[in-house]
Design a protein around this ligand. Structure first.
Ligand SMILES: NC(=O)C1=CN([C@@H]2O[C@H](COP(=O)(O)OP(=O)(O)OC[C@H]3O[C@@H](n4cnc5c(N)ncnc54)[C@H](O)[C@@H]3O)[C@@H](O)[C@H]2O)C=CC1
Ligand SMILES: N[C@@H](CC=O)C(=O)O
Ligand code: NA
Length: 429
């Protein structure tokens, strides 16, 4: 079948993801036209340097440094530059012209998604960003469309491939943090500035987008409590493994009666939990909804080809709408929600202590927990590596974050305690 309509597609960026998107647009042109109902004509690729060497061979005449001219003649703009500027300006320019936009830029959407969605709606354009969260995994459309008739109560998952790759390698091979990060960068998983990955900010942007769609509201990344994995040591990983746990960087968005909480932190989960088996740069997202119950989405969370697949899914969806001449409402109604302070959330703690090996120590520590109303689920004691004292590991029942923190501070102040060697939250118990 030959498509009668033709849509001009402008691509901004030809890095890890952009190059694969260009390849698919050119290689799969016939199939894409069939599925879209319109031929997708790649009119140009905006880059910084037209003469740069690239991994994918693409026709030289497509490259330009003039992004604005490309945007100004496009029906569809694919933004794969990353960063807030100039990506945000280019997207706004396209939407104001009524051109639809596809992006994988979670940092931008988590910061300015509400304004950009508004701009799209005002100009009858579409803005789609499935690639921005959990790479290839279809997660935003299931949340925004398939579950639109339900009430989502919780979204919890591993949404950063780089940190999962690092934590997995530390767990399975005992590899050092820096070596594994370099591998993740070479494989195209990491952000241009990898501190966005290891500092938890990339996952926080994704958590904000997930919470916004799941709870029909606007949550921005600066409202997400964010802790990265830079403080997770090889000793933490080994101690967790010994106790039957694995450490994962989790993004959690919860809608309870008291309000909404959105947070990212490294967390212990039991080895038997499905999230524990998410290896390498894979991602997995659990969604709990009132009527649907529990759903799990799993797949490649990063990398050029997987992410390009999500981009292309959005391109075809947009093209179908444009070919059919139909408009599509963007996102869902913005409802105000009460965002909880991080101190108000409930979680359980796994605490490692180095203590003096003398009578009465356990009783004094247990007393502090009792005084703060935090109950202990289990406690184990081993000799310290240096034989100077004892290593204690305490798992608490769920309690308010504020109470757990004050308890740790009070325990640290005890004479019998040399140091607090690790504090980590436990999820999925
Ligand atoms: N790599 C991955 O696994 C994933 C990436 N993403 C997102 O996709 C987007 C692109 O990511 P990657 O392809 O990995 O990044 P990248 O760094 O490999 O590619 C970006 C390209 O854009 C170019 N660029 C930046 N600013 C420019 C400008 N002003 N004008 C022209 N060219 C410019 C850079 O030189 C680079 O070649 C980012 O928003 C990223 O967060 C989303 C999901 C997964
Ligand atoms: N840097 C990100 C890329 C995908 O979003 C990651 O590691 O997950
Ligand atoms: Na996705």
């Amino acid at each position: 079948m030959t498509a009668e309509k033709s849509l001009k597609v402008a691509l901004l960026g030809c890095g890890t993801v952009g190059a694969q998107v260009a390849r698919i647009l050119l290689e799969d042109a016939a199939a894409l036209a069939d599925r879209s109902g319109a031929a997708l004509e790649l009119t140009g690729i905006a880059v910084r340097n037209t003469a740069s060497e690239r991994d994918v061979q693409l026709p030289a005449e497509l490259f330009t440094t003039d992004a604005n001219s490309l945007i100004d003649q496009a029906d569809v703009v694919i933004e794969l530059l990353g960063g807030l500027h100039p990506a945000g300006d280019y997207i706004a320019r396209a939407l104001k012209r009524g051109a639809s936009v596809i992006t994988g830029n979670k940092a931008l959407i988590a910061a300015q998604g509400a304004q950009l969605n508004q701009l799209a709606a005002e100009h009858g354009a579409q803005l789609r960003y499935e690639a921005a969260v959990a790479g290839a995994i279809p997660i935003l459309r299931p949340i925004a469309d398939s579950l639109a008739g339900d009430h989502i109560t919780k979204v919890m998952g591993i949404v950063n491939g780089t940190t999962n790759f690092i934590l997995d390698a530390m767990d399975s091979t005992g590899a050092a943090f820096d070596d594994v990060l370099a591998q993740a960068q070479a494989l195209g998983y990491a952000e241009a500035d990898p501190t966005a990955d290891v500092g938890g900010h990339d996952a926080a942007a994704k958590a904000a987008i997930l919470a916004s769609l799941a709870f029909h509201t606007t949550v921005s990344s600066d409202q997400v409590h964010t802790e990265g994995i830079t403080e997770v040591s090889a000793q933490d990983v080994a101690a967790a493994a010994e106790a039957g746990y694995v450490i994962k960087l989790l993004a959690i968005a919860e809608h309870a009666e008291a309000g909404v909480s959105v947070r990212v932190y490294p967390s212990l989960i039991k080895r038997s939990h499905p999230l524990a088996s998410v290896r390498g740069a894979f991602n997995a997202v659990f969604v709990e909804a009132e009527n649907a119950g529990d759903l799990m989405f799993y797949g490649a969370g990063a990398g050029g080809n997987p992410t390009a697949s999500a981009v292309m899914g959005d391109v075809v969806a947009v093209a179908r709408q444009l070919a059919a001449g139909a408009g599509l409402p963007n996102g869902s109604a913005d409802q105000p929600v009460n965002l909880l302070d991080f101190e108000q959330i409930t979680t359980s703690y796994w605490i490692g202590l180095s203590v003096k090996d003398q009578p009465g120590v356990l009783a004094s520590i247990a007393a502090v927990f009792g005084e703060h109303g935090v109950s202990i689920e289990s406690m184990s004691q081993h000799s310290d590596a240096d034989g100077e004292g004892s290593a204690l590991r305490i798992l608490t029942h769920r309690g308010a974050e504020a109470a757990l923190r004050t308890t740790v501070d009070a325990v640290a102040a005890l004479d019998a305690v040399h140091s607090v060697t690790s504090v980590m939250r436990v999820e999925g118990n």
